[in-house]
Ligand binder design. Structure first.
Ligand code: LLP
Length: 418
């Protein structure tokens, strides 16, 4: 059952009319369906059947506290990439023992915070990082559980900005070097080797790259065994893609089957870090048409959401379907859907065939639940928009719209300028 659907030509999220929410709280806002979030998490988790695993939702895709709490309540762990995400995770109720921490640039403060919290494991991305973690763990008198993030050098065939498992990418440690780093880790008194990790990229729409990466990781696991290093966790990262336009990504069942088949002989606990596949199609961005205008060669629909609210079209040339919240009668037009920001790059869609909407009409930017609000900013001093969650016939604001006062929170005029 799809939870964003039309009833009498009007868009609903579960049993709530999208226009009714807009009337009450104004636009723009992100809107999430509780039922969809829950179904996506469960579908993904259940896909792994009886195999030992921990699904760690990737916080970076959507860090709203309410969304994190929902996944926590469903048994999820959390994949984090910063001290801020650790803070949010703990606030949302995640047990630190279910939190894995990736990222190439962990700072001393972040490492200490994670050590003191007692996270499940650090996914370590360099020898220097490993050495720092050892030093900090010694100072704090802790044992640091680690996995090495191995760069398996497979091409995920996705947008270059979001492919991470190639030799030319900054992520992880090359397979042959990883062995040496594992050996070094063995000698470090405050390091406990617990796993191996890889993450090859995002919005991957084919199972082959995952399979190839896993085969390479398995070879490494065998070599580790020969060295007497036995590990407990195999973290395969995230990356499963979704349908934005006409992509045909594998269903989580198919993705899981590929991994599970290849893991039959092991007794490892599988860790997965899905982000987009869980939240991407569980959220939309609702925006109002401010004006339309006709240039000499183009039509423009000017809306109240800009690139600061949804960065993906500008940054990755990403496609998001845009649907009218109330289907108008009449023709489609071809237009650019643009925001109010003073940049040519401020668009949500270019040359799009779209219903002929006008001033005051509402548009829904689809598939915006992942990397939407999470990547929004205050550029042009635009308060960040509200976020709303629908549960059946009820909705609640899960992040209020920012005010002008929020904009300069923390700023001050220095004494020499007073
Ligand atoms: N694990 C690690 C270590 C990651 O770096 C990422 C995403 C994930 C898990 C989750 O990947 P997912 O399942 O969501 O594909 N802002 C871009 C996506 C950047 C992804 C970064 N890393 C976008 O809007 O397309």
């Amino acid at each position: 059952m799809h939870h964003f659907q039309y009833k009498n030509d009007e868009l609903y999220c579960e049993s709530v009319s999208v226009s009714k929410i807009a009337e009450e709280i104004g636009t723009p806002f992100y809107l999430y369906s509780h039922a969809t979030l829950k179904r996506h998490f469960k579908t993904f988790d259940n896909a792994f059947g009886a195999i030992e695993r921990l699904v760690c939702f990737s916080a970076k895709a959507n860090t709203n506290l309410a969304i994190l709490r929902l996944f926590q309540s469903l048994g999820s762990g959390l994949d984090i990439v910063s001290g801020g995400e650790l803070y949010r995770g703990i606030k949302a109720g995640f047990l630190p023992e279910k939190i894995v921490y990736s990222g190439v640039g962990k700072t001393i403060d972040e490492i200490d915070y994670a050590l003191n919290s007692g996270i499940l494991m650090f996914n370590v991305e360099s020898l220097e990082e490993l050495t720092l973690i050892q030093t900090r763990a010694k100072t704090l008198n802790k044992q640091a559980p680690i996995a090495l993030r191995v760069n398996p050098d497979v091409d995920p065939k996705t947008h270059p900005y979001i492919s991470t498992g190639l030799k030319k990418n900054k992520f992880g440690i090359e397979s042959d070097v990883a062995l040496e780093v594992y050996k070094a880790a063995m000698k470090m008194e405050h390091i406990r080797i617990v796993g191996i990790d890889c993450h090859i990229g995002s919005q991957i729409t084919d199972t082959t790259p995952f399979k190839d990466a896993l085969e390479k990781i398995k070879l490494l696991i065998n070599t580790l065994k020969e060295l007497g290093i036995s590990i407990q966790y195999l973290d395969m990262g995230g990356g499963l893609g979704i349908t934005y336009a006409d992509e045909d990504p594998p269903h989580p069942d198919e993705y899981a089957k590929v991994l599970v088949n290849s893991l039959k002989e092991t007794s490892l606990t599988l860790i997965l870090e899905p982000g987009r596949v869980i939240v991407g199609n569980a959220g939309i961005l609702v925006t109002s048409v401010l004006y339309s205008k006709r240039g000499e060669i183009k039509k423009f629909i000017i809306v109240d959401a800009g690139m600061n609210d949804l960065m993906r079209p500008t940054l990755y040339d990403a496609y998001h379907a845009i649907e009218p919240v109330k289907k108008p009668k009449g023709d489609f037009i071809k237009a650019d859907v643009v925001g109010p920001i003073c940049e040519t790059g401020d668009f949500l869609a270019l040359d799009r065939n779209i219903a002929n909407v006008g001033k005051g009409d509402l548009l829904a930017v689809m598939s915006a639940g992942a990397y939407g609000f999470a990547m929004s900013s205050n550029y042009c001093s635009r308060p960040r928009c509200a976020e709303v969650m629908v549960h059946q016939d009820h909705f609640e604001v899960i992040r209020r719209r920012e005010t002008f006062q929020d904009l300069n929170r923390g700023e001050s005029i220095p004494s020499f300028l007073e």
